[in-house]
Unconditional design. Structure first.
Length: 466
């Protein structure tokens, strides 16, 4: 950690410090670092077929290739636009790029190809499933009676509704012949080993990429969830779900066939938070880690965190050093549905803008919120940083925070200020990273009013942010 504490215990560059914490969090979830310790040993006889799906799939497959050597092969499915080092993987791997977060025709092609590869395995072979966040959209085989267009429409509506990820993925599983254990069933009688980089706050492995190798509970909640969020369910889909629920309860996916399968967790949001906490401690910052399973509307959590940060600042003694509130998980944002009223943004940018409004420019409090996959919702940025002068600088630029929030246009707000955190796709995904830095001795002092022109993104802003 290069952001050193200045005399008196203050952080001289709060924005840089927070960005360094985020970098440490992402690095801890690098597949080449976290996956090798949990990979199963090589088979004595038989072959291993690697099926890697998700935003960390390329790195996970490369880790397996390095562990098992030449001849290792299979399928890698990643989002459109994500680079894959095909030469490093070797000729044994097929790569398919597909859509996220709403599946496309390439997603169905990937799902059917994965089932075909798994189905070709014999009793001496192994299916090594390397699963990470984003896989729910990247590989799909629709349930009989359900079309890909049906899945696309209902997925998009659920995402816009603000539903939590475990509910969205429960519907995805119900509509699929790939998720909820069907990939593992296709591999029978081969051994099945699954390694996960988890992006879900509920901690349930069946929710990561909707669990293609993890048997799902046999319930019929999909229709109830769709109705709860006022999403139209075509009659053909309802009939297919009702018929399949009864059939799944009788015959599949057969959990007895995959009961002996192994499951390992390579990294999660807790991994990222722990790495950032170690970095902060080395800089002499006291850390309050709220955990990696926070959920709920972004506005509600931002309001609660603002209250907590202000209380910590007021209660700290004058000689106290910096404090940090860290959290992970996945928040929700309901987006406007009226055409022409929606901008760009994501849950992290929304959370930060809500937090800035709630803090009202109080000195000594800075924050960061970013998605560890490098893309926050519809924004090309991972997230952003805020500081005491964020709102004043915005007003000087003619920005209305309330209007930006109403239009889900938080990206434009932070882009105008030059406070976005832009990393590109990171090659991993352990969900969101949030940190609030509190320097108690600063609170109560009047914040310096900045100039009317925002700082360019390549230079420090008045908050020390880049």
């Amino acid at each position: 950690m290069q952001a050193l504490r200045a005399p008196g215990g203050q952080i001289p560059d709060p924005g840089g410090f927070l960005r360094a914490l985020f970098a440490a969090a992402v690095a801890a979830a690098d597949p080449l670092l976290c996956l090798p310790p949990i990979l199963p040993p090589p088979l004595v006889t038989g072959r291993t077929c690697v099926i890697a799906i998700g935003k960390a799939a390329a790195g996970m497959a490369l880790a397996a290739r390095r562990a098992y050597g030449r001849g290792t092969g299979g399928l890698v499915v990643v989002p459109h636009g994500m680079p894959v080092d095909v030469q490093a993987l070797g000729p044994g791997f097929e790569v398919i790029h597909a859509a996220h977060p709403v599946p496309d025709a390439d997603s169905e092609r990937a799902g059917r190809r994965a089932l075909a590869l798994a189905g070709a395995l014999g009793p001496q072979d192994r299916l090594l499933a390397l699963i990470s966040g984003g896989g729910s959209a990247l590989a799909e085989v629709p349930l009989a009676g359900v079309s890909l267009a049906d899945i696309r429409a209902m997925t998009a509506a659920l995402l816009a509704s603000g539903a939590p990820i475990e509910q969205i993925n429960a519907v995805r599983r119900a509509l699929s012949r790939f998720k909820g254990g069907w990939l593992a069933t296709a591999a029978w009688p081969a051994e099945v080993a699954t390694c996960i980089i988890s992006d879900v706050p509920c901690g349930d492995p069946a929710t990561v990429a909707s669990g293609p190798t993890v048997p799902a509970p046999q319930d019929d909640q999909a229709i109830a969830l769709l109705r709860h969020y006022r999403i139209e369910v075509p009659a053909t889909v309802q009939a297919a779900l009702e018929q399949t629920h009864a059939a799944r309860a009788r015959s599949g996916p057969d959990s007895n066939r995959i009961a002996a399968a192994t499951l390992g967790l390579a990294a999660s949001g807790a991994t990222a938070l722990a790495a950032a906490a170690r970095s902060a401690a080395k800089a002499g910052v006291a850390v309050l880690n709220l955990g990696d399973r926070l959920q709920g509307p972004a506005r509600d959590l931002a309001s609660a965190h603002a209250v907590q940060a202000l209380a910590m600042a007021r209660s700290g003694p004058a000689q106290a050093g910096p404090q940090l509130i860290m959290s992970g998980g996945e928040l929700s944002v309901a987006v406007p549905t009226t055409p022409g009223t929606r901008g760009r943004g994501g849950r992290n940018l929304t959370y930060l803008l809500e937090l800035a409004v709630a803090l009202a420019g109080r000195p000594g409090i800075h924050a960061i919120a970013c998605d560890t996959d490098g893309l926050d919702g519809t924004s090309p940025a991972a997230g952003a940083v805020i500081g005491p002068t964020t709102l004043a600088r915005a007003r000087a630029c003619g920005l209305d925070p309330a209007a930006c929030l109403k239009a889900s246009d938080s990206h434009r707000f932070f882009e105008t200020l030059g406070d976005l955190v832009v990393t590109g796709q990171t090659g991993t995904n352990v969900n969101d990273f949030r940190a609030i830095l509190i320097e108690p001795r600063q609170v109560g002092r009047k914040a310096e009013i900045p100039s009317a022109r925002p700082a360019p993104a390549s230079h420090p802003s008045p908050d020390g942010q880049r």
